[in-house]
Design a protein around this ligand. Structure first.
Ligand SMILES: [Zn+2]
Length: 543
């Protein structure tokens, strides 16, 4: 830690030298600056539990001793990072029904890890609005939020020119330190694993190795890189910074939101926030305001195939409901290799802003896939099924607009009822002439009847209803939106994970915003779209 300070001090001296050589004026003190730290995937319930048990000691201290307060926040549906960030960064209610979906009108899959997709969605849906990170830096986010700096600036190191050289040198100090420290930490993790293996070869399962890869990849390198890069930005007085720490979310997907490994990841994030906070105290003249928030929570879940013992949902829907006789004829699933090659090409291209965001998207969802699983889309004779997590979408491609229940059931009578009664299925949502409907365990409910069905006893019923209404108003949500949430067997995810999000459970839907005392934040926060008008005030000529 002291060494980190030394390195940052050195870098700060370099920054001063850069300024003295009139390469740029020092940032003007006075205007308030913004630092948003997102802890991806952390529900308020898990945070409160962690605080009570001392598992997030620094956040505990912020709340107890430094006068910070925690406001509850509901994040809307789907409970997913891109939907949250589009709303919070640009103030729009997004058309982003999941992490992977199909755009019927453009006839393309939107799959956030794939190169170009996040940038495209951002361009179209932000529609020229000012982002809350405008003129600043974003790390680990799905979208740029208008940031100039997306860690991509590191790409400039290979061709520094003129007055950029000194500045580059300053960033290089940080980069070199991250490389050194990251390598050392990786080495330590690896030797620990080797020792464990020698001591007891059976203790390291294939899953254990997978976890190790993730841990080294994400926890050590990325968190370290983000923390030092943000530290650098704070010393330079970058006006707006949005950093998203992914460690907890990834651990919670792999092990469950309350697993000790997930809580340990949270503790490491807590330590990073502590480091950033110490720097904030050293540059009071920049008047940074610190906010810590989460984009969604996670629900403990059971993988679908463990529940059914059968094929993945994108096959069982065809086998059991959409094409039981195999009459539609098979079409080859999208080539995995082609998709992967496409992603790698984008990875290498390193041009567009937001490149780093896409890389982060790979980490968030694609680790399992990189390690050998198949993508979750399947199309047969004009019907496309996409599994995106605890949610799956069925699209009837005959129409570019969403189909209502009436149209769907003209072709497949009682389809929604039947699917909702199947093993491993929770809710089936569908549009109808009279508004969205929810099918649950073979019965049909209007949105005004949900308290008698799947959401009986939920004090936040209003939020759930609003979430379902928003979700089914999205043109890109499937003609059928199928959730594993609230199945008779428990919460089910359609991909291989034991922690999931996108659904309406209380843990997924309710998060928090930790803010300085007296901050005039919207209250209550029932949707992240409300954050926009608050955070955009940090922009110079706020609209
Ligand atoms: Zn996640």
């Amino acid at each position: 830690m002291a060494l980190d300070d030394l390195v940052l001090g050195l870098q700060r001296a370099l920054d001063r030298l850069v300024r003295r050589l009139r390469l740029g004026a020092p940032p003007v003190p006075g205007r308030r600056r913004l630092l948003i730290v997102q802890i991806d995937g952390l529900s308020r319930a898990v945070l409160e539990q962690a605080l009570a048990r001392g598992r997030a000691p620094f956040l505990g201290r912020l709340l107890r001793e430094r006068g910070y307060q925690m406001a509850p926040m509901s994040v809307g549906l789907p409970t997913s990072t891109p939907a949250f960030q589009m709303a919070a960064m640009y103030g729009v209610r997004p058309d982003i029904p999941g992490f992977h979906y199909y755009d019927k009108r453009r006839k393309v899959d939107v799959y956030f890890p794939r190169g170009g997709d996040a940038a495209n969605v951002e361009k179209v849906q932000a529609a020229g609005r000012r982002g809350i990170v405008g003129g600043g830096a974003a790390y680990g986010c799905v979208f740029t939020g208008g940031a100039d700096n997306n860690l991509l600036t590191f790409a400039m190191i290979s061709r520094p020119s003129g007055r950029g050289v000194l500045r580059t040198l300053s960033k290089s100090v940080v980069l070199a330190w991250v490389l050194m420290k990251g390598s050392l930490a990786s080495l330590i993790e690896l030797s620990r694993a080797a020792l464990r293996f020698v001591a007891d070869p059976l203790s390291v399962s294939p899953e254990g190795w997978k976890w190790l890869a993730i841990k080294i990849g994400i926890s050590v390198w990325l968190r370290e890189l983000f923390t030092l890069a943000v530290a650098h930005d704070l010393y330079s007085g970058i006006p707006t910074i949005y950093v998203n720490y992914l460690d907890y979310d990834i651990a919670a997907h792999a092990w469950g939101p309350r697993h000790r490994r997930a809580l340990r990841a949270l503790r490491r994030v807590d330590a990073s926030i502590h480091r950033l906070s110490r720097i904030l105290r050293r540059v009071p003249e920049y008047r940074y305001d610190l906010y810590v928030l989460s984009d969604h929570g996670q629900a403990t879940c059971i993988p679908y195939q463990r529940v059914t013992g059968g094929p993945p949902i994108e096959r069982s829907l065809f086998d059991d409901f959409l094409d039981p006789a195999g009459a539609l004829g098979a079409a080859a699933p999208e080539s995995r290799r082609r998709r992967f090659a496409h992603g790698l090409k984008a990875y290498r291209a390193q041009r567009a802003p937001g490149f780093f965001q896409r890389f982060v998207n790979y980490l968030e969802r694609d680790f399992a896939r990189i390690l050998g699983e198949t993508p979750d889309a399947r199309e047969r004779a004009g019907i496309r099924v996409i599994a995106a997590g605890p949610n799956a979408f069925v699209y009837f491609l005959e129409s570019a607009e969403p189909l209502t229940l009436e149209r769907i059931e003209a072709r497949f009578p009682a389809l929604a009822t039947a699917i909702s009664g199947a093993r491993g299925i929770g809710l089936v949502l569908v549009r109808s002439a009279s508004g969205p409907l929810c099918f649950w365990r073979g019965r049909r409910y209007g949105l005004d009847e949900l308290q008698r069905g799947p959401f009986a006893g939920r004090p936040d019923l209003e939020r759930v209803v609003e979430g379902i209404r928003d979700l089914m108003a999205m043109p890109s949500a499937g003609d059928l939106v199928i959730y594993g949430s609230n199945a008779p067997q428990g919460d089910v995810s359609f991909i291989s994970e034991v922690g999931a999000h996108a659904g309406p459970s209380a843990d997924e839907l309710h998060t928090f915003l930790i803010h300085p005392r007296g901050a005039d934040i919207p209250s209550p926060i029932t949707h992240p779209v409300q954050l926009y008008s608050y955070f955009v005030r940090y922009q110079p000529e706020a609209v």
